[in-house]
Each structure stands twice: as C-alpha cells, then as structure tokens.
Design a protein around this ligand. Structure first.
Ligand code: NI
Length: 434
C-alpha cells in the first residue's frame, strides 16, 4: 500500500519525457514518487483530492538568507551602502541564536504557505537555522556565511566554523538537510581564503554557495585590486565548477558568461532584490541562450521583502521582456523550469519534476479563483496570474506539511507571535547601541 495518492488534479510534470496529464494521479511511497499516470489501481493511507487544482513540483528558492525575515520592512528605500552600513549590519550584529531560530521558522512557514519546498541558504548561527529547518519539514541546502576581509586569523576561524557545520549537519533530518560552504563574496573574502575554501569543499565533496558580481561596486573593486573581474579571478584559482551556486551574477560580460557556461556554474537569479537595491539587471536571456543552468532566488527578506517565488517568477519574466524590448523572451514554461527543474539541479537533488523515482516534493495550486478564471494555459496562470496564497497543499519528502491551507508541521500562530516578540526585542537592542 502506498502512503499518499493525489487524484483528480491537472498534473504539470515539468518532465521533458512526460506530457502534462489533464486529470491524473500521483502516487507517493517512502518519500518517493512511484507513479505519475492517468489512473491507478494502487491504494494508500492518505488520499488527496486535487480537483480544480494543479499538482506540480514544489518551487526551489536557490538564494536566500532565511533568518532575515526579522528585518522584513525594517529599512527600505535606501542606497545600498546606507542600507548595509547604517541599518542591516548594526542590526545583524545584535541577532541572537534564538532570533535566527525564530526568523528561520517564520521563513519556513512563509515558504510552505507559498509553495516553496526547498531552498539554498547562507547565514549565521547556522545550528539554529538547521534546527528550524529540521522541525519545519522543509528541504534545504544550508551554509555558514564566511567573511574574512583579508584577516588571516578570522579566515582560520571562519573556515573552522564552516567546516564544522558542513560535517555536523550534512544528510540530517532524513536527508532533507544538505550542507555547503558559504564564502560570502569575492570582495568580502580574500583570494587566499577562497583558495582554501575550495580545497576544503573538494575534500568534503561539498558544494559552494557564493554571491558573485551583485553590484557594480564589486566589479570596480575587483578590477582595481586584481586587474580583472570576480569571474576571471575565481576562474584563475580553479574555483568555478558545477558544484558552485553563484547568486546574482548581475555585472557579467559576455566573456564571463562563456567562462561560467564552460565551467558548468549554477547561477541564481534574484530579480526582486536586484531591482529593490537598484543593483542592475542580470543578463539572464543571454545565459539561457548559452544553455546555462539559471534558477531563481528571492535573496533575504531585507531586500525583497518576502520569500514568494510566484512573485519572483512573474517579475523575472517581465523584467527581461522590458530590458530586451522583446516580449518573447522568458516565456512562462521556461520561467517555471527555472523555479523547479533548474533549482533542483543547482541544489544537486533528485527533485523539481513529477517523475517516478524523484523525491516527493510537490504542491497543489488552487485554480478555482476569480484571478485564475478562465483557464486556457496552466503555465501562463502560474507565472502571470497566480500568487503564493493560491497554494493549498505542500508536500516535502512525502510528508504533507500543509493540507488544504492548514499548516500541519508548525504552530502557525505561535511562530508569528514569537517573530513579533523577537523583532521588538531586537530593535530595542539596536536602539540601545545607537
Ligand atoms: Ni544574498
């Protein structure tokens, strides 16, 4: 007997070998998809009626700092340097371990509610981040964000902490948690440090999550210091390969894209954050034309200000149409692929599709709503008309985390109250310091 059968839904497989099924079933056993078909003889402990809904792979957010939810709406409409130096960094310095636990819980709750089943994270107090992910039921690739600023002592302690975390948490929570190394960026980490991080990551067979060329400032700093941009510097030290998830990649030249393509680097595109901080527009259509693996990320809540991947999909499609003056770029199905298949590939997980053998990470989107009526084309609605709030069921690793809009894996009211309480305390600690 199977664990779960989902019936009567439109099955959006995202599998190139399997067309969508207008009214079909998905069968789940031991956390794995065992059938995707028009009907089944199988019985299961749990039957979910997806009538009027779209069953699809869960969305994968490939760049965020989940614990930053506590800074949602705390400092907006500022220049990047004012925002970072006078608001975010002083506040981050006051974050406690418990804040990270509560902030990450809040992030997981928001993601489960808005259809994200897996995310790639980089932040601090990572044991608490991992604990929150473990309890939430979500899947995540976590890393400790390392910054050395050219200080050798700091480099040593940062790598030590990164390494401890990679070893302690990889594969935990029934394999839902994987770990990565998280050197922050080429302009906050020294070249020597990045070489050491790469060596260690190779030894541990671990992936790397890093910000690359988010801002023009980084581009100019690197040119001044090394006479070359971040991509060239990283390539020179043998840093770039398919185990790297590079976030942002806004200020790329054509030559940089060729290098990233050749090395198989995974790029996480974060359009909302880039627009909000006026960082620039990543040349995503050019990367996709090269066949690069480009996925989508929200970045942290301080620069977005939510973790809603439906918004990220729509805005990425619109941004590149206006940027290229070409309404045919980034069509809906391609954007959906970025948010599912490509994200799973970047994380290195067997997910992102409704396919036999894939991990059972999926969502049901309710289509019986005024803003989703009439329905001619499912991908079009998912990208241009739907919102995170239309997700009614979320399943990760074969476990139902949200059923018919009710979150089962967390006490929603308690998480929201705790986050409000933590934010009041945090802001008073920041004010005391000033
Ligand atoms: Ni970031």
């Amino acid at each position: 007997m199977a664990d779960i059968i989902i019936k009567n839904g439109y099955i959006l497989t995202m599998d190139p070998a399997q067309e969508d099924i207008n009214r079909g079933v998905v069968v789940i056993e031991n956390g794995i998809i065992t059938q995707v078909a028009e009907s089944t003889d199988e019985t299961a402990d749990t039957a979910i009626d997806a009538k009027g809904g779209v069953v699809m792979p869960g969305l994968v957010n490939t760049h965020t700092h989940a614990g930053m939810t506590l800074f949602r709406g705390y400092a907006d409409d500022l220049t990047l340097s004012d925002w970072l130096e006078n608001h975010i960094w002083p506040a981050e310095a006051k974050l406690t371990e418990n804040d990270l636990y509560i902030g990450t819980k809040l992030a997981c709750l928001e993601m489960i509610r808005s259809g994200t089943t897996a995310f790639v994270d980089m932040y601090i107090h990572v044991d608490k981040v991992a604990r929150a992910v473990e309890e939430s039921g979500m899947r995540a690739a976590l890393s400790y964000g390392m910054i050395d600023l050219g200080d050798e002592t700091r480099a040593e302690s940062e790598l030590k902490e990164g390494k401890r975390f990679v070893k302690e948490w990889n594969g935990r929570a029934d394999g839902r948690i994987t770990t990565m190394y998280g050197p922050h960026a080429p302009n906050t980490c020294s070249r020597e440090f990045l070489i050491k991080v790469k060596e260690q990551a190779k030894k541990d067979n671990a992936k790397i999550h890093i910000h690359v060329l988010e801002t023009e400032l980084e581009l100019n700093q690197m040119k001044k210091q090394f006479g070359m941009c971040s991509v060239n510097m990283l390539d020179e030290i043998g840093f770039l390969d398919s185990n790297v998830v590079a976030a942002h990649c806004v200020w790329l030249s054509d030559g940089d894209m060729d290098i990233l393509n050749e090395r198989g680097v995974n790029v996480s595109h974060n359009p909302v954050s880039n627009m909000k901080l006026a960082s620039g527009i990543a040349p995503v259509p050019k990367m996709l034309a090269r066949g690069m693996n480009v996925s989508l990320g929200t970045d942290g809540c301080a620069s977005n200000n939510n973790l809603n991947m439906f918004e990220e999909m729509k805005i990425s499609a619109l941004l590149h149409k206006i940027d290229t003056s070409d309404p045919t770029v980034m069509p809906a199905r391609q954007v959906l692929k970025m948010a599912t298949v490509n994200g799973a590939r970047a994380m290195g997980i067997n997910s992102g599709m409704l396919k036999v053998g894939c991990m059972a990470d999926m969502i049901i989107v309710d289509m019986g709503k005024p803003h989703l009526t009439p329905l001619y084309d499912v991908p079009s609605h998912l990208v241009y008309s739907a919102s995170g709030g239309d997700v009614r069921t979320t399943i990760v690793n074969g476990k139902v985390l949200m059923d018919d809009y009710k979150v089962l894996s967390m006490d929603e009211k308690h998480v929201i109250e705790s986050a409000n309480g933590a934010s009041v305390n945090l802001i008073s600690r920041v004010a005391e310091q000033k």
